[in-house]
Design a protein around this ligand. Sequence first.
Ligand SMILES: Cc1cc2nc3c(=O)[nH]c(=O)nc-3n(C[C@H](O)[C@H](O)[C@H](O)COP(=O)(O)O)c2cc1C
Length: 307
Amino acid sequence: MTSLGSKSFGFEFDPPLILASGILDQTAESMERLIRGGMGGVVTKSIGMKARGGHSNPTVVELDTGLLNAMGLPNPGIDSYIEELVALKSKAKNTPLIGSIFASDPHDFAFLAEKMVLNGADIVELNLSCPHAEGYGASIASEPDLMAEVIEEVKSTIDEPILAKLPPSSLIAEKAKVAEKSGADGIVCINTVKAMAINFETRTPILGNKVGGYSGPGIKPIGLRCVFEVYSATEIPIIGCGGITTGRDALEYLSAGASAVQVGTAIRSRGKEAPQKIADEMKELMERERISDLSEVIGKAHECAVK
Ligand SMILES: Cc1cc2nc3c(=O)[nH]c(=O)nc-3n(C[C@H](O)[C@H](O)[C@H](O)COP(=O)(O)O)c2cc1C
């Protein structure tokens, strides 16, 4: 029997496929639909202290190799979002629910984390990596002292596991070490890659915000490299993310060192049944390789890696 179960932070992810933040996770109903479609866990949309409208249109550009978005973290604010969390928890009791939060200072992060866990989140994901929201996200991960303070404050406020979601960077291993030392229980890498699109005819940037975040198949090699480096530098579990579209992609991330993976843009290209399709492909490939358990896969790319 081929098993796709993977345990991290005291939770079983089976399959080890988790809905990435920001994709069809505004409501309990849409997240529940994806759980029914085979997700082994879900991350909520990143939620902040107050309602936020996000950037002006256009906010999304379709590319041949993925998607460029500059949504700007639109969200209803924690007080309104709570009802979605509570509703989802009552319907999907056995699926780990990860609450994603963003803020500009340690105190607000801790406040949001506490609200998330009091209302049903099993795990909290700190969005330290949005590339297109000034003062939030990647701006925090770019300041190691501030990032450390944020994680320490959240750690001293809640007992539940904390994930630090990091931006792609040539210094990702250093950032992950700071996160681990500050109390993070896991690392999520990567968020979207800061990027832009230009319309030559009008000689103007296409996105309303000019720059945005690149996701989908084109960023998979960057995500793989980040997971590989973080695995060598830290002892805590890694959740891989970035361009995972097929079962083979997911298994490549696990080989690089991820214990589970998040899937985002692939939901657009493969539909709400994407998780089931990806899980079936993982099983097929594992059976072909005579692998019965993911422990035979996780981190294995390191054993024969060229130093
Ligand atoms: C439209 C869109 C909205 C997103 N919103 C968020 C968000 O609110 N918080 C967050 O941490 N990441 C957000 N992301 C990033 C994804 O969670 C993920 O890290 C990234 O898209 C890479 O994975 P993928 O290639 O599987 O999509 C968003 C991505 C997209 C495409």
